[in-house]
Design a protein around this ligand. Structure first.
Ligand code: PEP
Length: 268
């Protein structure tokens, strides 16, 4: 599927690597070059691949993957386009650097930087205004899961974090249970399927507002909904081939080219 299409076909899987605060130039470039080489030697493998290195490496990684078909993304963006925000990076700057995606609302941003749904919504809107695809992350904590609040938490986060104007071509949702991130634990496939079906339903309702449920449903069917949280080559097939799962947001395993590539292959 090309950006802008809202045909009711199953979207191509998107396999996104969130490198987090990892990678100096040498390792980052080696990883990017290895992935670019895999793509070049494989041709169209049936999935789309995205790498989100730290801000410091965006320029060099962008050059290393240029022409390979691998997309470049950032792990965050500020909600304003410029100004007195020391240490922050705007969506305009990311666009200028060749990024096509920006992750917003990752649970580590929500917890480390006290980002609320309203902040995430502003950041996603800022990404959209600069032509970037916003990867909007949602997911419950372990306590919320244990108290049976998963579906209500995800519903609330989606309602608060998706900006007006969100569509299948400018937004990807990543469902990432906080308790599964970096822990080696994952929800059972039935639980993942249940949350992803809820996400698609809530997206249809939100995107259909003022346009009609039919339009909302078409957008929701075309939108990519990623699963994230301890995805690795061993569990990728059972998690990523579920209905309503259209790829993965991968943290730790995205730092090894072979593992990341294996995950991508198992998404089909
Ligand atoms: C993440 O941080 O988005 C993530 C899913 O991490 P991990 O794959 O390491 O659990």
């Amino acid at each position: 599927m090309q950006a802008g299409d809202t045909m009711t076909v199953t979207p191509r899987p998107l396999i996104a690597g969130n490198w987090k605060m990892n990678g100096l130039r040498e390792d980052g470039l080696a990883l990017a070059r290895a992935l670019a080489e895999r793509v070049r030697s494989t041709g169209d493998a049936g999935f789309d691949m995205l790498v989100c290195p730290p801000f410091t490496l965006l320029a060099e990684i962008g050059l290393a993957i240029d022409g390979s078909g691998i997309a470049l993304g950032a792990q965050d963006c500020h909600q304003e386009q410029q100004g007195a925000h020391t240490g922050d990076v705007s969506a305009a700057m990311l666009n200028d650097m060749g990024c096509r995606y920006a992750i917003v609302g990752h649970s580590e941003r929500r917890s480390d930087h006290a980002e609320t749904d309203a902040v995430v919504e502003s950041k996603a809107g800022a990404a959209h205004r600069q032509g970037l695809v916003a990867i909007v992350c949602v997911g419950e904590t372990g306590d919320e899961r244990d108290s049976g609040a998963t579906l209500s938490v995800v519903t609330r986060q989606l309602a608060g974090s998706l900006p007006d104007g969100a569509s299948a071509s400018n937004t990807v949702i990543a469902y990432e249970p906080v308790w599964a991130i970096g822990t080696g634990r994952t929800p059972c496939p039935d639980d993942v399927a249940e949350v992803h079906a809820l996400v698609r339903d809530r997206v249809a309702a939100k995107l259909g507002l003022g346009k009609g449920r039919g339009e909302g449903e078409a957008q929701a069917r075309a939108m990519r909904i990623l699963y994230g949280g301890s995805v690795n080559p061993s569990n990728a097939a059972e998690l990523l081939t579920l209905d309503d799962v259209n790829g993965a947001l991968v943290g730790g395993a995205s730092l090894k080219a072979d593992d990341f590539w294996s995950i991508a292959e198992r998404s089909l």
